[in-house]
Each structure stands twice: as structure tokens, then as C-alpha cells.
Design a protein around this ligand. Structure first.
Ligand SMILES: [Zn+2]
Length: 295
């Protein structure tokens, strides 16, 4: 069956407050459900953006017009004042997404810190980051999330081992081609990995002549009808400035006969048949630094 698993990353205060309700409205209109990965702690993404003001990142900012995409307060958030706690203020938004039938997964406590430091943290620091965030998400939704997604696809063997101590059924921590059971230090972990197979908006834009005008065409050309497709959208982009474009994408892929489903639907279908596999941190087209890639 032609399938697109829809993953929605929510990284910021504004993305949660404005982007998530906007995306819920679009998805409702087409009867589509997806998996929202929420960040629930402090929004320090502005600090993140400033920290990364290196040439490659500056180029990307210019290429994608990050200030226009994310909005000025996201660029400033957490630089001059402590970042507001997303889960405290936007618990209602997270609950509403769940009540609308979407799958709710765990993305981060502090997205900025996790993306910058998670792979170099001690196992104990990783545990504590996960515990704090999961407790907050569970306080909000009343249930323990069954899935998680490492911010920025920054993941390593130690993080996978730490995650295996938590009650996740499956995770989406890397880029790749097909779902697999990661083998870490000679041991097969029982939490399925569902890699993201398609590029994100900010990765694709400005490369190989991709513009807002031909972006959907480009995304659709990458779909593989015979294989599982997994796309990541961001509440900050597709729930904001790119909302119209995303709605058009959804309309077109549904017309092409794709079903668009939460990652959990796919996880249940491939659970028995998925092979073992590995991943490692590598440079990735359109991204700053390294991220976990299926090998
Ligand atoms: Zn993220």
C-alpha cells in the first residue's frame, strides 16, 4: 500500500501555541492523523540559533530566511530572558492534538540543549533529561508516550541503550530507508527504529534549484510507492508560513492514492518483519553538523 508516515516535530513555544493548532485544522480537513513529537520544557531555541551563527549556519539562515520562517521572537527566545516552559503554558494544545486522534510522542525537555549536547552527555544525564521531559508530557496527557524522536536526529549507541530502559515501543532517531531493530554493542534492542526517509523543508530549500514554487513537486518526486515513506514537518514551518504549501502537498499525495498515517500505524505493521540494522553519526546534506543515519 502506498504509505506516507507523517511525523510532526514541535521544537518551540510559538510552534506549539500557533503551529500545532494550525496543523490540526489542516489535518482534520483531510481526515489525516499524524505523530506529534512535543518539546515540553524551556524554549531556548533562540540561544540555539545564536550559538550556531557560524558561516555554514549563516548561509542556511540566508538560504531559508530563518527569521521569516520562525519569527523574530523565536530567534530572540532564551537569549535575553529565560525561555518559557512550553508544557506549562501550552498543555491545552498538546491535549487537544491527542483528543483529535493524533499520536503524541516525546521530542525533548529542552530541545536546544538536547540537540547541542545529548550525544555527549553521560548516560545518567541522558536519563535525567528523558525522565524530566517524559514526566511533564505524561502529566499533560495522562499517559506515558510510546514513542520518542531525538532532536535534530542527534542520537548514538548510548542514547539508544538509555531509551531502551524506558517503555517506548518504537523511536524515530535517524535518517534512512526502512524500519529496523538497532543492534548496539552486539545486542539487539527491542525498540523499533523508524527512520525519516525524506528531506525536511529547510534541508531541501535552496539546494538543487528547489524554491517555494517547486518544493511540493520536488517532495512528491522523492516518494517511493513500493516502500515506506516517512516525512518530517515542523510546527514552526508547515504550521506557519508554509501552511498553505503543506495543505497543497497533502491534497496532492492523497489524490495520488497515498494513505497518510501516524508512525505508530507503521510500527504495528512492520513489527514482526523488520530486520536488524545499525546507525551512525554522519554529516548530512543541508544540515549543520552530524546526525544519525541508518547504515
Ligand atoms: Zn526538533
Amino acid at each position: 500500500m502506498k504509505t506516507i508516515a507523517l511525523r510532526i516535530d514541535v521544537d518551540t513555544f510559538r510552534g506549539t501555541g500557533r503551529g500545532v493548532p494550525a496543523l490540526c485544522r489542516i489535518l482534520e480537513k483531510y481526515g489525516v492523523r499524524g505523530t506529534f513529537y512535543f518539546s515540553v520544557g524551556p524554549d531556548n531555541m533562540g540561544r540555539h540559533l545564536w550559538r550556531l551563527l557560524r558561516p555554514a549556519f549563516l548561509w542556511k539562515m540566508l538560504r531559508t530566511n530563518a527569521a521569516g520562517l520562525y519569527g523574530p521572537e523565536i530567534v530572540l527566545m532564551g537569549t535575553a530572558w529565560p525561555g518559557p516552559k512550553i508544557g506549562r503554558r501550552h498543555a491545552g494544545v498538546i491535549r487537544a492534538a491527542m483528543e483529535a486522534g493524533h499520536e503524541v510522542g516525546f521530542h525533548a525537555w529542552d530541545h536546544h540543549r538536547a540537540q547541542a549536547k545529548l550525544t555527549t552527555m553521560s548516560a545518567e544525564a541522558m536519563r535525567s533529561e528523558l525522565r524530566t521531559g517524559l514526566a511533564e508530557l505524561e502529566r499533560i496527557t495522562g499517559v506515558a508516550p510510546r514513542t520518542s524522536a531525538a532532536p535534530g536526529w542527534r542520537s548514538n549507541a548510548q542514547l539508544l541503550e538509555v531509551k531502551s530502559e524506558f517503555p517506548f515501543d518504537y523511536n524515530s532517531d535517524c535518517r534512512g530507508e526502512f524500519p529496523f531493530y538497532p543492534v548496539v554493542n552486539g545486542r539487539r534492542l527491542e525498540q523499533l527504529q523508524i527512520p525519516v526517509t525524506l528531506p525536511t523543508y529547510d534541508e531541501a530549500l535552496g539546494r538543487d534549484g528547489v524554491t517555494d514554487e517547486n518544493y511540493n513537486e520536488f517532495q512528491i518526486s522523492l516518494l517511493k510507492p513500493e516502500q515506506l515513506n516517512v516525512i518530517t514537518i515542523h510546527a514552526e514551518a508547515e504550521g506557519g508560513r508554509c501552511a498553505g504549501m503543506f495543505e497543497e502537498y497533502l491534497r496532492r499525495v492523497l489524490e495520488l492514492g497515498y494513505r497518510v498515517v501516524p508512525l505508530g500505524v507503521v510500527a504495528a505493521e512492520v513489527k514482526e518483519s523488520a530486520p536488524e540494522g545499525r546507525m551512525e553519526l554522519k554529516a548530512f546534506p543541508g544540515r549543520e553538523g552530524v546526525l544519525a543515519v541508518q547504515i
